[in-house]
Ligand binder design. Structure first.
Ligand code: URA
Length: 233
């Protein structure tokens, strides 16, 4: 029964369907021997339809999110889950994003099915900074870096000042900003408060983890070193 539950929880089908698949001999070890429902074969040795099983629970993915995709499982329009294998939507425990990006923001987005890992990344005491590249509608005025670093900036309709954030000016209408928190539309609202408008926004780094080599719309499964690098920002 363990095998039925394990495979059903990976989103391959209902328990009934998996039971049938096992009966039909579609679940085998690497040598092609059909497995029984009480098999103790390790996860990495199991094939379904001649293909290795999807990763076991505890996975962390990094996606380079394209523009126009919503961070949701059931909104209208294009969803970030459309860029992952269909099965991933049916996994138990669920595969959730670690934080969100706006529909019109691109870049680094983490997913995990490991609740403890998710909380570790977002916990303030973990100090995982997030770095964004920003294109603006109008030239910077010059006072933005001091304002953002002040720790006293208030966004409209909020009661708590923003934590200090570091602005690096790259060009007249181009900057890099490091945040230590994540509030709703934070960067767009910060620049709106200075009379400017963000025309393009990309998250390029989460802690020490960047997007190097990952094309828009692509994703990778993180190994232990990559996972650890998130906390070495
Ligand atoms: N700030 C924003 O305004 N949007 C994002 O997606 C992330 C940070």
């Amino acid at each position: 029964m363990r095998l039925v539950k394990l495979i059903a929880n990976l989103g391959y089908g209902s328990r009934k369907e998996i039971q049938a698949a096992i009966k039909n001999g579609w679940v085998t070890d690497r040598a092609g021997n059909p497995l029984k429902t009480d098999s103790k074969t390790p996860h990495d040795e199991i094939l379904f339809d001649d293909e290795p099983l999807d990763p076991a629970p505890g996975m962390v993915l990094l996606m380079n999110k394209p523009l126009g995709y919503t961070c949701s499982t059931k909104d209208q329009g294009k969803l970030i889950y459309d860029l992952l294998p269909d099965r991933f939507r049916m996994r138990k425990p669920v595969l959730a994003t670690i934080g969100r990006l706006d529909k019109e923001t691109s870049g680094a987005l983490l997913f995990t099915d490991d609740g403890a890992f998710l909380h570790k990344v977002i916990a303030p005491k973990s100090h995982v900074p997030k770095v964004y590249e920003i294109t603006l509608d109008r030239p910077l005025k010059g006072g933005e870096a001091d304002l953002f670093a002040s720790g006293t900036m208030m966004l409209e309709a909020e009661h708590k000042p923003l934590k200090p954030a570091e602005l690096e000016v790259i060009g007249e209408q181009h900057a890099r900003l490091t945040l230590h928190e994540g509030r709703y539309h934070q960067i767009r609202r910060m620049f709106a408060a200075t009379g400017n408008h963000v025309t393009a926004l990309t998250r390029i780094r989460i802690g020490g983890l960047g997007l190097e080599g990952l094309a828009e719309g692509d994703w990778i499964l993180l190994d232990d070193a990559q996972k650890a690098s998130i906390f070495q920002g």
